[in-house]
Design a protein. Structure first.
Length: 429
């Protein structure tokens, strides 16, 4: 255990130190479904939430717990919940608060899969997601009514790359009892949303935290800084008796365990009932990735800035999308919230539209053409024909996708090799 505030130390030493039985230093893969209870009293206390501990791997597992402790510590939170994917994390984050008939106000600047989840799947489940332009934070207030349960946004929106006004929107929501939920997938370490008023972070662990393209997983982190009972009528899921857990009122039931009502409900209701569990093997892989995350993020940021500068001087590139190129309020937000660097994503537009974008992708030799971001290796994709293809043209425009837009996830290869591959691909367009 460490009291360090430095991410390089936190990711290596928080929580788990060694296995009590064997002395193993690496976190073991606890590949088991179930856990032996000490006696019937112990079992009863666990099921009654009078004591926290392992019951069944669908709900909790020691490998998963070690991962959760480290990510929570990294973000400055009090607790976390690992799940099977980033999509599951986004869905659970809202389903934990919003029921049929409720609504959530979300930024328009979203990953295509999240947009589709919000605009279609959640709507079919009775939860309305209202999309607003985050360039004017007051849009969130204007879209709010008595049934609004949360605000949602991405820190560094993929693919628009306009940093979200975290503090401004969090300050609108808190007096109303509305938490700001931030998807910090593209900016781990670089941005600390809890320091700016966000209540909950979500991650696709698949991306930078995993970092090696081997495993799918997600994470929800509870800041512990949001008073869910301050405006109880705003958050009925946490302040009304829960019939699925013996009438528990979560803001009261878990007080002895700390300010973790939100994350406990997500674990013992949503994870228990819907079963989107991360496997112990994948949790182990994410711990391995987490241990080198601070080092990798430095290289991602450095290489991406060099790529943005190179693309800005290329005659076939009509627009470069990267925080370093922004001005005015967009640049102020980038510098305020991305104090650790501008991230590893770079977008650019080609004059030839969709045909030029696809030709560029097909001409790359070192870059991988995949849907992921955040790998150690460099990746590229044409969003209009892939990740955002299920959106209408108007929705694509709202998220920042044009026909000629290409998204790059810059890896940690030598920057000369990255630029050489881009150069030869642009020459072929």
């Amino acid at each position: 255990m460490t009291d360090s505030k430095n991410p390089e130390t936190i990711v290596l030493h928080t929580g788990y130190r060694s296995d009590e039985t064997t002395g193993a230093v690496a976190v073991p893969i606890y590949q088991t479904t179930s856990f032996q209870f000490q006696d019937t009293g112990h079992a009863s206390r666990l099921f009654a939430l009078q004591e926290l501990g392992n019951i069944y791997t669908r709900i909790m597992n020691p490998t998963q717990d070690a991962l959760e402790q480290r990510v929570a510590a990294l973000d400055g939170g009090v607790a976390a919940l690992a799940v099977s994917s980033g999509q599951a994390a986004s869905a659970f984050a809202l389903q934990n608060l919003a029921w049929a008939g409720d609504n959530v106000v979300s930024s328009t600047d979203l990953y295509g899969g999240t947009w589709n989840l919000f605009a279609n799947t959640l709507r079919q489940q009775g939860v309305e997601v209202r999309f607003v332009d985050p360039s004017a934070p007051e849009n969130f207030r204007r879209a709010t009514d008595d049934k609004t349960r949360a605000y949602y946004a991405e820190t560094l929106p993929n693919p628009k790359l306009h940093v979200f006004p975290i503090q401004e929107v969090a300050d609108i929501g808190r007096p109303l009892g509305i938490p700001l939920i931030m998807d910090n997938t593209a900016a781990p370490i670089l941005c600390r949303p809890f320091d700016h008023g966000a209540a909950i972070n979500v991650y696709s662990l698949t991306k930078y935290i995993g970092g090696h393209g081997t495993s799918i997983g997600g994470m929800i982190v509870d800041s512990g800084n949001f008073d869910w009972g301050a405006v109880p009528e705003r958050q009925p899921a946490l302040n009304q008796p829960d019939e699925s857990y013996h009438g528990a009122v979560w803001t009261e039931a878990v007080k002895p365990l700390g300010p973790i009502a939100y994350i406990i409900r997500a674990r013992v209701i949503l994870l228990r009932d819907l079963g989107s569990s991360v496997s112990p093997q994948n949790a182990f892989q994410f711990i391995q990735g987490l241990e080198t995350l601070p080092l990798r993020m430095r290289e991602h940021c450095r290489n991406a800035s060099a790529v943005a500068e190179y693309l800005g001087g290329h005659d076939k590139v009509t627009n470069v999308i990267h925080p370093s190129n922004q001005t005015g309020e967009e640049k102020r937000r980038a510098d305020t919230y991305m104090s650790g660097g501008y991230g590893g994503l770079v977008g650019f537009e080609l004059d030839g539209g969709k045909e030029a974008g696809q030709k560029f992708i097909e001409s790359l030799k070192m870059f991988y053409h995949v849907a992921n971001i955040g790998d150690a290796r460099s990746l590229a994709i044409h969003p209009a024909s892939t990740t955002h293809s299920q959106l209408t043209p108007e929705e694509q425009q709202a998220t920042g996708v044009t026909d000629g837009y290409v998204r790059l996830s810059i890896g940690i290869e030598h920057v000369d090799d990255i630029i050489a591959d881009l150069d030869q691909a642009l020459a072929a367009v």
